[in-house]
Design a protein around this ligand. Structure first.
Ligand SMILES: [Mg+2]
Length: 260
């Protein structure tokens, strides 16, 4: 199975930018407080990136994502007018997370150039430098949906463990299952279709920005909602159920519930 990739931004995500500003002496702070247009330009202070502390929970969260078997890379931008920032960023990674990101640092102003599909994620607090055009899914850090690292970790955990929910138990199937790979999804839903296909009145996909739900309605008035944390998996299951509905000769298929 190919590992899913996560690209992680640095400033405001892994790195607490303000903690670097706080360590500057007053003269330097004053010098970079205004770029002449009323905006601060602290990212031009030589060496500032080496002073920064990790964001709360960032180090632990990244190690947890690595344990979940994601393929992790840094995807960061460094200020063009401050060449020491480029080196400082690599030094920061080496100091704090070399075990995860050794030789896995990409510094670019064009984050959209990466070849990424639905199975790749970008954790970034901004939309600029191509982040919003990233080919995979952009998890915008610091927003209402993903305010901190624990929310991100929970989401990424859900993403690898697909969850199946029904509003009540159907014929011995538990009403919530954790499904951990595509093969098991296939077998599980084949079994459900086999068990209930003649009672299903409709199947549809409800697509959200980051995930999709499949809605199955039964003749008996049940609504079964399947949370799929990947659009492609939702499409696969949807197709599978539709084909199961067409194929009334489907015979028994093994069903392996997994403990959540
Ligand atoms: Mg950032």
């Amino acid at each position: 199975m190919i590992k899913k990739k996560i690209f992680v931004d640095m400033d405001g995500v892994l790195v607490n930018f303000q903690s670097g500003i706080d360590k500057l002496d007053e003269t330097t702070k004053l010098k970079y407080a205004d770029d002449g247009n009323g905006k601060s330009h602290y990212d031009d202070v030589p060496g500032i990136f080496s002073l920064m502390e990790p964001m709360p929970g960032a180090i632990d969260a990244v190690r947890r994502l690595q344990k979940m078997d994601y393929d992790l890379y840094i995807l960061s931008t460094a200020p063009w007018g401050n060449p020491s920032a480029w080196a400082d960023k690599v030094a920061w990674v080496t100091k704090h997370l070399d075990d995860v990101f050794h030789k896995r640092v990409i510094i670019t102003h064009c984050k959209d150039l990466l070849a990424a599909n639905d199975d790749a994620f970008l954790i970034d607090d901004r939309t600029g430098h191509g982040a919003s055009e990233f080919g995979g899914r952009h998890i915008q850090f610091g927003t209402e949906c993903f305010p901190d690292w624990s929310t991100v970790v929970d989401f990424m955990k859900s993403n690898i463990a697909y969850r199946f929910k029904a509003n009540k138990s159907i014929g011995g199937f538990p009403n919530e299952l954790i499904i951990e790979d595509d093969n098991i999804i296939y077998r599980t839903f084949s079994a459900i279709v086999k068990f209930k296909y003649n009672e299903i009145s409709s199947v549809s996909v409800d697509k959200h920005s980051l995930f999709s739900d499949i809605i199955i309605k039964t003749n008996g008035g049940q609504n079964i909602r399947i949370d799929c944390f990947s659009h492609s998996v939702a499409e696969k299951i949807h197709t599978l159920i539709l084909s199961g509905l067409e194929d009334h000769s489907q015979s028994s298929i093994d069903f392996d519930p997994i403990d959540s």
